[in-house]
Design a protein around this ligand. Structure first.
Ligand SMILES: Cc1ncc(COP(=O)(O)O)c(C=O)c1O
Length: 395
């Protein structure tokens, strides 16, 4: 395999953009309501359905590109993933409704905090990186007080992917709605909205899909739409305006958005999703898994400890504990001397571990080269590492 020459950018989003994505964003201004932009939206909707692992839709304007046989609809949101998550929570719930949010990292905790603005959240706050206690979730939902289960599917802060299948079965057993922050899972690892009967799944462009930052999307089910409509007539409905999903649902069928869309970001996202389409969704899931498996195997082999539970390691981000005596100075040196970027940790884990992103369009040779440089940098910091065959971990 040819040795990768450039900078290694191995972070869990925003990820590097392809030249065709960057060039697409330089498209001259077009009007927001004309056929030219509606063509962009139609293709974006159709490509997003592919990315969310939903049934196909036509990519032509005027042909209901946003929906398909499964009844899900795509809503494109101007804003980062959090804006899309807020749109879901604000429209779907009200303060007299209880939502269960189990967490094992920073972004799940954010789902709980955000959700509590618009609903009454029961925050089942677990240890970072540790799998949810499914029996406990089952028991709490069995009390019949909660109407929904919301969680961060792929916890970017701690490198754990939740057992969404099992959670979906528990949710269905108790007849509660399922809401997923799929910001670093959709487009990077298996997500099955229909099989899991998820009411809403959120994605941010800048992560697994290698699109630009500042644009996001939601896949919503028919149940979600019905419940949002029913809730709106109640006095307890949350106040919404810019993130009101009803105008978005009204405009969606016409390949439009209620407000001026993030035109050039949407054009860029289309270019990025064309690359994903060419690779195929399954192909991307596989490449991300292959890179993450290599990272896990390599760093475990030199004695470093993976932070998350072994059975549920994410394939789009790996959190690795620093060995004794090494901290984020290593990361600074890695960037300065080896032109290689990985990301640090958040909150109480800051300085204790680093995270390697394996998402977006990162070629495997870049990951291998980045890993070689990480090893060299660990040697610079005094680790004794015997001659190591990095490539072998990625075969
Ligand atoms: C799982 C997850 N959820 C939510 C967010 C926040 O998304 P955004 O920064 O796009 O608003 C992130 C960002 O890293 C994330 O990884």
């Amino acid at each position: 395999m040819e040795r990768y020459q450039g900078d290694c950018f191995l972070v869990p989003g925003p990820v590097r953009l392809a030249q065709s994505t960057l060039s697409a964003m330089a498209t001259p201004t077009m009007t927001a309501r004309g056929t030219e932009y509606r063509d962009v939206m139609a293709e974006l909707n159709s490509l997003l359905r592919m990315t969310f692992n939903l049934s196909p839709s036509p990519s032509q304007r005027g042909k209901e590109s946003w929906t398909g046989e499964d009844g899900y609809k795509i809503i494109v949101v101007s804003g980062s993933g959090t804006a899309a998550m807020e749109m879901v929570m604000a429209n779907r719930f009200s303060k007299d409704e209880k939502v269960l949010v189990p967490t094992n990292g920073k972004f799940g905790e954010r789902v709980a905090l955000l959700g509590d603005v618009f609903a009454e959240v029961t925050h089942l706050k677990g240890e970072w990186g540790k799998a949810f206690d499914l029996d406990e979730i089952d028991e709490i939902l069995a009390r019949g007080e909660h109407t929904a289960l919301a969680f961060c599917h792929n916890e970017t802060s701690s490198g754990i992917v939740q057992d969404a299948e099992a959670l979906s079965i528990i949710a269905a057993k108790h007849g509660v709605s399922l809401i997923l922050d799929g910001i670093t899972s959709v487009g990077g690892l298996p997500v099955h909205p229909k099989k899991w009967k998820a009411e809403a799944v959120v994605v941010g462009a800048q992560k697994c899909t290698a699109g630009p930052s500042g644009i996001a999307a939601i896949a919503v089910s028919e149940d979600f739409i019905e419940r949002v409509k029913a809730r709106r007539s109640k006095p307890t409905a949350n106040p919404v305006y810019y993130l009101d999903i009803l105008p978005a649902l009204k405009k969606g069928g016409d390949d439009q958005t209620p407000w001026t869309p993030a035109i050039n970001l949407a054009i860029g996202w289309v270019a990025a999703l064309r690359i994903l389409d060419e690779e195929t969704l399954a192909g991307r899931w596989q490449r991300c898994e292959k890179m993450a498996a290599g990272v896990r195997s390599l760093f475990s082999s030199i004695g470093l400890e993976l932070f998350a539970d072994k059975e549920q390691l994410s394939s789009t981000v790996t959190a690795i504990l620093y060995p004794e005596g090494i901290n984020d100075q290593w990361r600074a040196a890695l960037m300065e001397k080896y032109s290689t970027q990985v990301i640090g940790a958040q909150d109480h884990m800051k300085g204790k571990m680093f995270r390697v992103g394996s998402m977006g369009e990162t070629p495997i040779p870049e990951m291998i080269e980045g890993c070689k440089r990480m090893i060299e940098c660990f040697i610079d910091f005094g680790m004794e590492i015997e001659n190591i065959d990095v490539e072998a971990h990625f075969e």
